[in-house]
Design a protein around this ligand. Structure first.
Ligand code: DX5
Ligand code: ZN
Length: 213
C-alpha cells in the first residue's frame, strides 16, 4: 500500500496552515518539505522558521528533503525545528554514512536522495544505514516538471536489493507525478509518492481523490 506525501512547495504560502489542515481532513498523514539553498539547486525555498511554525499547528509527519550543500551542517537545526525524517542528497554530502548516522542519533528517519544524473549503485554501501531512499523523478530544484519515467528503474532495482539483503528502507519518488502516471510509479514498488502540483493546483480534495487516495 503506497502513501501520498504532498509537497508544500506547491502550496499557497499565504494560506499554508489552512491548506495543511485540508490535507489532514482528507486523510493525508505525511507532508513533504522541500528546502532549497540556491547553491545545490538554483532556487531558494524556505527553512527552519517555516517548519517550526507549521510544526505547532499539526501532527502530520514532516518528510524534510534537503536540497542544500553540505547538509551535515544543518541536521541539528532541522531535527529541532520539527522534522520527522531528514533526507539528504548523495551528491551534496561529504560523508553520507556519517550524515545518516547523525540523523538517526537525533531520533529521526534518515534518508538518501538520488538525482537523475546519479547511478543508484553508488549509494549501495550506505543502504544499511537508510530508513528511506528517495529517487528523484525530475531534476531537483523546481516543482511542475515532467516526470522522467526511466528513473523508476531505480525503484525496481532498490526493491530487488532490499529483498535480497533484507534491508528495511522505504522507497520514495519525487517529481512530476500526475494522475496519469502515478500507477506506473506504484507498480514499480514505490512506498511513498511525493506530489506537489498534482495536489495543490486546483481543488485539493478532488486532486487527492483523482490520484487514488
Ligand atoms: C523538486 C522537489 C519536489 C517538487 C515536486 O525539486 O523536490 O518535491 O516539489 O513538485 P511536482 O510534484 O510539482 O513535480
Ligand atoms: Zn522534494
Amino acid at each position: 500500500m503506497s502513501r501520498l506525501a504532498p509537497s508544500i512547495l506547491a502550496a499557497d504560502f499565504n494560506r499554508l496552515g489552512e491548506q495543511i489542515k485540508e490535507l489532514e481532513n482528507n486523510g493525508i498523514e505525511m507532508i513533504h518539505v522541500d528546502v532549497m539553498d540556491g547553491i545545490f539547486v538554483p532556487s531558494i525555498s524556505f527553512g527552519m522558521p517555516v517548519i517550526s511554525s507549521i510544526r505547532k499547528e499539526t501532527d502530520l509527519f514532516f518528510d524534510v528533503h534537503l536540497m542544500i550543500e553540505k547538509p551535515e551542517r544543518y541536521i541539528k537545526a532541522f531535527a529541532e525545528s520539527g522534522a520527522d525524517s531528514i533526507l539528504v542528497h548523495y551528491e551534496a554530502c561529504r560523508d553520507l554514512k556519517n550524515t545518516l548516522l547523525k540523523i538517526s542519533d537525533y531520533g529521526k528517519k534518515a534518508g538518501i536522495v538520488v538525482s537523475p544524473e546519479s547511478g543508484i549503485k553508488t549509494i549501495y554501501p550506505c543502504l544499511p544505514y537508510a530508513d528511506v531512499v528517495l529517487v528523484m523523478t525530475v531534476h531537483p530544484g523546481f516543482g511542475g516538471q515532467k516526470m522522467l519515467e526511466k528513473e523508476l528503474q531505480k525503484v525496481r532495482d532498490l526493491c530487488e536489493i532490499r529483498k535480497e539483503k533484507g534491508y528495511k528502507f522505504e522507497i520514495e519518488i519525487d517529481g512530476g507525478v500526475t494522475k496519469d502516471n502515478i500507477q506506473v510509479a506504484i507498480d514499480a514498488g514505490t512506498d511513498t509518492i511525493v506530489a506537489g502540483t498534482a495536489v495543490f493546483k486546483g481543488n485539493i480534495k478532488e486532486n487527492i481523490k483523482d490520484l487514488g487516495f
